[in-house]
Design a protein around this ligand. Structure first.
Ligand code: PMV
Length: 338
C-alpha cells in the first residue's frame, strides 16, 4: 500500500486574474487529502472516496460504469471520479504503464469545490501515490505539471497552475502563467470561514472571461488584481520569514485583501454568504478578509492574530464552520510506502 497526502490552500491574493497570466499567491494550509493506492493485476480502477464533502460519501466504480450507483448529486460524483480518473491517466502515462490497474481510496479534510483546492490536493496526492506504487516516482516539478494537466483536462482548459503547484510544494508560492516559484514568508494568522456550500469553478471562470471580453473596465479590473498581487509580493519580500509577521505587515496585507475582495465582487464571483462572512470578519477586527478560490459560495479567508474573527464567524448565520488555518510547510508527503 502506498499512502500520500497533499495540502489544500487559501489564496492570499490573485485568484481568477491568474487565469489570464497575472500573478497569484496561494498558501498551502494544514488541511490535507490522503490517497491510498494498491496496484491491481486486472487493469481496472476501483475508487473509494470518503469524506469528500463534510457529510461524506463512498463511491465504488470502475471505468466501465458511466454512472456509479449512489445517492449523491451527480456533480459531486463527477468531481470525485473525474479528478481521480485524470490522475490515473497521468500516472499511467508517466510510468509508461497504460494498462496499470489500481485500488484507490481517497480521504479528504478539505470540503469539495469550496475554494480550498480540494481537487488539486486529490490529483497531486493521487498521481504521486500511483507513480510510486508503480515504482516510478516523479520529481516535484513533473508532479506539479502533470497535476496541472489533469486539472486542465477535467476543467475544460479553465485552470491555472496555482492550485496544483501550491499543493505539490507547500508553503506560499507565486504563480504567473508557467512561471511558478516558492516564496519564503512568515507564518500568517489565517482564519477561514466556510458557508457549507460550493461554487462551480468552470462556470465562474467562464463568467469572468465573458465580462473581460465584453468590457474594457472588466479587463482593467483583472489587471488591477495583478497590481495588488505585485504590491503584496513586495511586502512579503521585505519580511523575515523566520520572524513572526509584524502587525504592520499583517495590516498592509489585510488592506490589499479587502481591495482584492472588492474587485472579485465587481467581477461577479462573490455571493451573499461570502460577503456576509467577509463583513463579519472585518467587524470583528480582522486586518482584512476576502473570498478564496473560485467564489460563488464556499470559503473566505481573513487575517487576524486574535481569536475575535473566529469567534464572530462561529456566530454568523451564513457561516457553517470557522477555523484557524496554519501554513502547511510540507507539500505532497509520503505517509506510507509499499
Ligand atoms: O476554487 P478553487 O480552489 O478551484 O480555485 C480556483 C482558482 C481560479 O483562479 C478561479 C481558477 C484557477 O485554476 O486558477
Amino acid at each position: 500500500m502506498t499512502v500520500v497526502s497533499a495540502p489544500g490552500k487559501v489564496y492570499l491574493f490573485g485568484e481568477h486574474a491568474v487565469v489570464y497570466g497575472e500573478p497569484a499567491v496561494p498558501c498551502a494550509i494544514e488541511k490535507r487529502a490522503t490517497v491510498r493506492v494498491e496496484p491491481r493485476d486486472d487493469g481496472s480502477v476501483r475508487v473509494e472516496a470518503q469524506d469528500l464533502t463534510l457529510n461524506g460519501f463512498a463511491v465504488e466504480y470502475d471505468e466501465q460504469d458511466t454512472q456509479p450507483d449512489v445517492d449523491v448529486p451527480p456533480s459531486l460524483i463527477d468531481a470525485a471520479t473525474g479528478y481521480v480518473d485524470a490522475a490515473v491517466e497521468q500516472a499511467r502515462e508517466a510510468a509508461d504503464a497504460p494498462d496499470a490497474g489500481f485500488d484507490i481510496s481517497v480521504d479528504s479534510e478539505i470540503p469539495l469545490g469550496a475554494g480550498l483546492g480540494s481537487s488539486a490536493a486529490v490529483v497531486v496526492a493521487g498521481i504521486d501515490a500511483a507513480t510510486r506504487a508503480l515504482g516510478e516516482p516523479l520529481d516535484h516539478r513533473e508532479l506539479a505539471e502533470r497535476a496541472f494537466q489533469a486539472e486542465y483536462t477535467v476543467q475544460d482548459g479553465e485552470a491555472s497552475r496555482a492550485d496544483t503547484f501550491c499543493s505539490t510544494m507547500g508553503g506560499a508560492v507565486r504563480v504567473a502563467g508557467d512561471d511558478c516559484r516558492q516564496l519564503a514568508t512568515p507564518e500568517l494568522p489565517f482564519v477561514v470561514g466556510f458557508d457549507g456550500g460550493s461554487g462551480d469553478t468552470r462556470q465562474l471562470v467562464a463568467g469572468v472571461r465573458s465580462l473581460r471580453d465584453r468590457y474594457e473596465f472588466a479587463a482593467e479590473t483583472v489587471e488591477a488584481i495583478g497590481d495588488i498581487v505585485r504590491r503584496g509580493e513586495e511586502l512579503l519580500a521585505g519580511a523575515d520569514p523566520d520572524e513572526e509577521a509584524s502587525a504592520e505587515l499583517i495590516g498592509e496585507l489585510g488592506e490589499l485583501m479587502d481591495i482584492n475582495h472588492g474587485l472579485l465582487s465587481a467581477l461577479g464571483v462573490s455571493a451573499r454568504s461570502l460577503d456576509s462572512m467577509v463583513w463579519a470578519a472585518r467587524e470583528a477586527g480582522a486586518d482584512g478578509a476576502k473570498l478564496t478560490g473560485a467564489g460563488g459560495g464556499g470559503c473566505i479567508v481573513a487575517l487576524d492574530a486574535t481569536s475575535e474573527t473566529e469567534t464572530s464567524l462561529q456566530y454568523t448565520p451564513d457561516c457553517e464552520q470557522a477555523f484557524r488555518a496554519q501554513l502547511a510547510t510540507d507539500g505532497v508527503r509520503v505517509e506510507e510506502s509499499a
